[in-house]
Ligand binder design. Structure first.
Ligand code: ATP
Ligand code: MG
Length: 578
């Protein structure tokens, strides 16, 4: 934890003053900024696209897709309206009904975005899958959700679906975007001959719109159900937490296979009438700096792992590029070390704004805002309209801890528009999340006297050592301050005397060798920063740390491997051998 503050407030931010906005905020007013459909219906795709076309903004650029080759394809709001109408017509013509589940298994190509929004227009449920998944995770997710249609490519179909096809008995139609193969239907001629008008389905606000699987960081991924009403939160958080303005050039680096890539990689930027940049390629330092500067990005939403990789490459990698148009940078998905926030400020002239949310919350819940001082290492303050608390749970009793810096479970008062409506086929687990009038997040946090929230760790990751409660994040952040360190994962290992001891796994920056001297130096640094009770007792060097495909360090795997225990569900593990 640090007492440092970065006061770089944007003068003309959408939310000029946090407290004033919070005091007067009502979700009903936020909803009134949207169109809605007749008879109190609501549809995400209408709010994202057609509303803007009707208001005369059809010529504005909605989406710029950058292919791996670097080729750019642009779509205006009007073009996106027509293409999504065509896709909705194709679904109807092929017998896919309102309420049916349409899965996407594609890289970040234009068809994925058109299919997602066209599916919503047709009143179907969209479920994006990460294209790097193998056949088993795909099969499990399609079976849990009861997939009725799939949109994919011939290559992905042959490599990942044919071997499981026979087990997918709810699947009626497979669309392939680049030809037909085996039992698939070539989407292209259907799109060409479909009408580009479509009357958006009259979906009720509580109709299911999206099915998202969690990252699988702590165990088997859960299928989270979201409804059309969620668009009120997407729109509001895009405006208040990401400071999005009409016409902004906006880049969210997340893949729609994860909730960030849908809530903030499709919906929020479009409802806020921004221009979205979508890059098909994977992370690459030079490519990313080229996009940020070459596309004149105004608002950039990324993740700690990517930021740490940029830090590892060093500021020299920027070369002569400049970012005069960059106005706001935000991060989500994992705790953002204070070091990274400060690095952002030194390198781009503005801090990264950390924000916290989950697949279950559907949208940003706690954030650092454009017009508020940033305390590096803090997740910021609850969104207007959101009441967050630190609670202690004992049996059925939930007590709020109001003392500053008390560690407890981070909880939210239920009722915000993008709150999950179910864990698919896991009703009991869903109900367990709600207790004593709170939604329990499973994360531990603290709130300081100024109302800023600080992440401590996931409840499962908390370390109890010789009477101390130690959050891995605190230890990881202290080690990250060391010049040699690129990435750290910290876990607790069983110990006869202390209960648990702290062990850190460290990956080094280029140019540093994993020597005994360096290990001792890191130990010394950690002891000085954290005190001997909290500092790691053991440090091991690793080339890479095991991570989910969305870039989260899988501490449970570090632990299982150390203790020789079963690895559990590793369907979302990104290959970590090197
Ligand atoms: P699973 O629930 O399957 O184990 P997951 O929790 O990683 O996976 P997501 O819903 O993608 O799945 O991630 C939400 C979690 O990510 C949060 O509960 C929190 O632990 C972590 N997280 C997200 N943003 C932040 C942040 N800004 N600071 C700290 N942790 C964060
Ligand atoms: Mg989770």
């Amino acid at each position: 934890m640090t007492d440092q503050r970065i006061s770089k407030v944007t003068q003309d931010a959408n939310m000029a003053d946090y407290d004033t906005t919070r005091d007067s905020f009502h979700w009903e007013q936020a909803q009134a900024l949207l169109d809605g459909l007749p008879d109190e219906h609501l549809n995400i795709a209408h709010e994202a696209i057609d509303r803007h076309v009707a208001a005369g903004h059809g010529d504005q650029l909605a989406l710029r897709c950058i292919a791996k080759s670097g080729a750019r394809t642009d779509y205006t709001y009007a073009e996106l309206a027509h293409l999504t109408n065509r896709f909705a017509n194709v679904l109807r013509a092929r017998g896919i009904q309102q309420g049916d589940k349409v899965y996407g298994l594609l890289g970040r190509v234009p068809e994925l975005y058109i299919a997602a929004l066209g599916t919503l227009k047709a009143g179907c449920v969209f479920c994006p899958l990460f294209s790097a998944f193998g056949p088993e995770p795909i099969q499990a997710r399609m079976q849990i959700g009861g997939a009725n249609a799939l949109i994919t490519s011939t290559r992905l179909y042959k490599r990942k679906v044919t071997s499981i096809r026979a087990s997918l008995d709810t699947l009626k139609e497979i669309f392939t975007i680049d030809g037909a193969v085996l039992d698939t239907t070539d989407l292209r001629p259907l799109m060409d001959s479909a009408s580009d008008s479509f009357v958006t389905a009259a979906t009720a606000p509580e109709d299911t719109a999206l099915l998202h699987f969690t990252s699988g960081t702590t165990g088997k991924p859960k299928g989270v159900v979201h409804v059309h009403q969620a668009v009120v939160a997407h729109d509001t958080t895009g405006r208040l937490a990401l400071d999005l303005r009409p016409g902004d050039i906006y880049w969210c680096t997340a893949d729609p296979g994860w909730v960030t890539g849908t809530s903030y990689g499709i919906i929020a930027p479009l409802t806020n009438r921004a221009t979205m940049i979508v890059d098909e390629a994977e992370f690459d330092v030079n490519r990313w700096y080229d996009i940020l500067s070459g596309e004149s990005v105004n608002v950039w939403y990324t993740a700690p792992t990517a930021i740490r990789m940029l830090m590892k490459a060093g500021a020299d990698a920027i070369g002569v590029r400049a970012f005069p148009d960059l106005r706001f940078m935000a991060s989500v998905g994992e705790p953002l070390n204070p070091e990274a926030v400060v690095w952002g400020n030194d390198t781009f002239g503005m801090p990264f704004h950390d924000n916290w949310w989950q697949t279950e919350t559907g949208g940003i819940m706690i954030a650092n805002y454009a017009a508020m001082d940033v305390k590096p290492g803090s997740m910021g303050k609850p969104l207007p309209g959101i009441e967050a608390g630190i609670v202690e749970v004992e049996g059925d009793e939930v007590t709020e801890l109001t003392a500053p810096m008390a560690i407890g479970e981070l909880a939210l008062r239920p009722g915000w528009p993008s709150m999950m409506r179910d864990y698919l086929n896991e009703q009991a687990r869903y109900e367990k999340c709600f207790k004593g009038g709170w939604y329990l997040s499973g994360d531990l946090a603290m709130r300081d006297a100024d109302g800023y929230f600080w992440f401590v760790g996931r409840a499962d990751d908390l370390i109890k050592s010789a009477g101390h409660l130690i959050g891995p994040f605190e230890v990881e952040s202290a080690l990250m301050e060391h010049d040699a360190v690129a990435e750290v994962g910290v876990i607790g290992l069983p110990d006869d005397t202390a209960g648990q001891i702290v062990k850190a796994y460290v990956a080094l920056k280029p140019g540093h060798e994993p020597t005994e001297d360096l290990r001792l130096d890191l130990m010394g640094h950690a002891r000085k920063r954290l005190g001997p009770a909290v500092a790691p007792k053991e440090i091991a060097f690793r080339q890479n740390l095991p991570k989910t495909r969305s870039g989260k360090i899988m501490r449970r795997l570090l632990k299982a491997r150390e203790l020789g225990l079963p690895e559990g569900d590793i369907s979302t593990l990104e290959s970590d051998e090197q």
